[in-house]
Design a protein. Structure first.
Length: 86
């Protein structure tokens, strides 16, 4: 099975939602391991009150970090599994 490659700029400003449809915010950036190129997390800006209540790692600018392995699908939205956040 071949993995579809998605250019970075197509992720920017996409809304991040849970598979249940709860909005978390918008993609601002990604973090990755420099030696391997492995993606680690999405940096999410303009976080919603719902996202603030999740116990997620935050940046100094109060943006949340969504682990990349929680992403289920990328289309019009970035859909994540909330269960995998716990």
């Amino acid at each position: 099975m071949q993995i579809e490659k998605i250019p970075f700029n197509t992720l920017l400003n996409k809304m991040v939602v849970t598979k249940e449809g709860k909005r978390l915010g918008f993609v601002k950036n990604v973090t990755f391991e420099t030696t391997s190129g492995e993606l680690i997390s999405l940096v999410v800006k303009d976080i919603t009150p719902y996202a603030k209540n999740l116990n997620l790692e935050k940046t100094s600018a109060n943006e949340i970090l969504i682990p990349y392995n929680t992403i289920i699908a990328i289309g019009d939205f970035v859909i994540i599994s909330e269960e995998d956040l716990m």
